[in-house]
Design a protein around this ligand. Structure first.
Ligand SMILES: O=C(CO)COP(=O)(O)O
Length: 137
C-alpha cells in the first residue's frame, strides 16, 4: 500500500516515535512524506521514504495530488491543533480530499494506533479487491 507520513513541527517527535515502534510494518509498504517529516523518520528508522516538498512549500498538495489520482491508501498526519500554520488552506485541502475519496486519515496518535493495526490485520484490503487501491503492497 502507499502510505503518507506527515507531522507538524510540534508533533514530529510523536510521529518519529510511532514510526520507530511500527518500523517492521511500515517497511512492507511504499512510504511517502512531506520534506522535513520524511527526513526525520528516515534518519530515525532507516526506512526508505519518497520525500515531497516541505508542507509549507507545497508538500501537502503533492500528497493531495496522489489522493486525487487514486495513488494513496492511508495517511498518518499528526496535526498540531494549537499552532496556526501559514499553509492552513493546504492542510484543509488535504483533509478534504481524504473525505472526498474515503481515504483513511489518522490525525493523532490514538487514531494512528487503530489505523496501523487495521492495516496490519488487512482491514484495508477491500481497496485492492474493489480496485481502489494503489495496487502496490
Ligand atoms: O507542514 C507540514 C504539514 O502541513 C509538514 O511539512 P514538513 O514535513 O516539511 O515539516
Amino acid at each position: 500500500m502507499n502510505i503518507a507520513l506527515i507531522a507538524h513541527d510540534k508533533k514530529k517527535d510523536d510521529l518519529v516515535r510511532f514510526s520507530v515502534a511500527y518500523q517492521p510494518l511500515f517497511q512492507k509498504h511504499n512510504l511517502f512524506a512531506t520534506g522535513t517529516t520524511g527526513l526525520r523518520i528516515s534518519e530515525a528508522t532507516g526506512l526508505t521514504i519518497h520525500r515531497f516538498r516541505s508542507g509549507p512549500l507545497g508538500g501537502d498538495q503533492e500528497v493531495g495530488a496522489m489522493i486525487a489520482k487514486n495513488q494513496m491508501d492511508a495517511i498518518f498526519f499528526f496535526r498540531d491543533p494549537l499552532t496556526s500554520q501559514p499553509h492552513e488552506p493546504d492542510v484543509s485541502a488535504l483533509v478534504r480530499l481524504c473525505d472526498v475519496y474515503s481515504i483513511p486519515l489518522a490525525t493523532n496518535m490514538g487514531t494512528a494506533e487503530i489505523l496501523i493495526r487495521g492495516i496490519e490485520r488487512g482491514d484495508l484490503d477491500w481497496r485492492k479487491i474493489t480496485g481502489e487501491s494503489s495496487g502496490t503492497e
